[in-house]
Design a binder for this molecule. Structure first.
Ligand SMILES: Nc1ncnc2c1ncn2[C@@H]1O[C@H](COP(=O)(O)OP(=O)(O)OP(=O)(O)O)[C@@H](O)[C@H]1O
Ligand SMILES: [Mg+2]
Length: 318
């Protein structure tokens, strides 16, 4: 298994109290696959990703409990120096807000070169490699592009630069956190298509965080559904779309428009998805029961009072 997250708990110790953002998350990302992480705003998707990257905002953000195995190595046990070596070389991340991740004062070429130097600090003659990367993500006139500054690029072009930087060292895992939300629908489709092609070319597995179930249907091999800092259901894309077992997953899928709505409408319909769950249950500390519906498909009894009566394709472990 490439990435195996076990019982991850990540909390924020803030002035106004403790925020339990991720509470017992477990899932894995197999090699050569795309796993989509979905769930409502604030469910803990980005915090899960930042925990894997070792990039939690310090000192408030803390990984309290659990393990993150990457190729069998527990990342939670590594020093920040060892983590730095893994970041950008074995695992890289495209962040939710591309504008804040590119330095406005440095050229595109310089920033890609810095990304390449993470893996090979002493490498010379990186110029050709930079051009290759820009060609790989289909940016026009790469020779001109290397000298450009971020503000001279369109949103879609900046996103491609981010992808080029993310792929610079051919990481085994690319974490993409809502990589296309800032883009219009056509460009969004192009960028996602590009990511999918690169998976084949570079052999990178992708952990894709998205609100958009249309994207999930297109891209995912596996789906992990988060709700209130926990995983409520996970399985193959077919398990989740054909036999959604958790009320939250069912509500998400039911809110998916059957015809193509405008992006705004689509997103607002997803935002309104709610399942009834008491504060008492949300606050509950003990582990929730995980029911196996098949060898690939599991559902949690959290926020699922009917948990034991789930009608799935497989046999229930009760
Ligand atoms: N730096 C922080 N300090 C305090 N709380 C935080 C911090 N970052 C995130 N949180 C809290 O952790 C929870 C999970 O946040 P997270 O960013 O992972 O949500 P998300 O699922 O990525 O949502 P979105 O879809 O809106 O990006 C939220 O309640 C959020 O307020
Ligand atoms: Mg997020």
């Amino acid at each position: 298994m490439l990435l195996d997250i076990k019982n991850l708990h990540t909390y924020f110790h803030t002035d106004t109290g403790l925020v339990k953002s991720v509470r017992g998350v477990s899932f894995s990302v197999p090699e050569n696959s795309t796993t989509c992480l979905v769930g409502e705003s604030g469910s803990g998707k980005s915090v899960t990703a930042l925990s894997v990257m070792g990039l939690l905002p310090k000192p408030q953000g803390r990984l309290e409990k659990g393990h993150i195995y990457f190729n069998g190595r527990d990342l939670t046990k590594l020093s920040s120096q060892e983590m730095r070596k893994i970041r950008g070389r074995d695992i890289s991340m495209i962040f939710q807000e591309p504008m804040t991740s590119l330095n406005p004062a440095l050229t595109i070429g310089y920033q890609i070169k810095e990304a390449l130097k993470v893996a090979s600090p002493k490498a010379q003659d990186l110029d050709e490699k930079i051009l290759d990367l820009l060609r790989l993500v289909d940016l026009p006139r790469p020779e001109k592009m290397v000298k450009a500054y971020p503000h001279e690029l369109s949103g879609g072009q900046r996103q491609r630069v981010m992808i080029a930087m993310g792929l610079a060292n051919e990481p085994k895992l690319l974490i993409a956190d809502e990589p296309t939300t800032a883009l219009d629908v056509t460009i969004q489709a192009q960028v996602l298509c590009l990511l999918d092609q690169l998976k084949g070319k570079v052999g990178t597995s992708i952990l894709l965080i998205t609100h958009d179930l249309g994207v999930v249907a297109e891209m995912a091999d596996y789906v992990v559904v988060m709700f209130q800092g926990r995983v409520v259901e996970k399985g193959t894309v077919f398990d989740i779309f054909d036999h959604p077992a958790h009320p939250y997953t069912q509500a998400l899928l039911a809110a998916r428009p059957s015809i193509q709505f405008s992006k705004d409408h689509f997103e607002s319909s997803l935002q309104s998805v709610k399942v009834e769950v008491s504060q008492e249950e949300i606050n509950r500390e003990e582990d929730f029961e995980i029911l196996s519906l098949s060898s690939t498909h599991t559902v949690s009894t959290f926020a699922n009072p009917e948990g034991r009566k789930i009608h799935g394709p497989g046999t229930l472990k009760s």
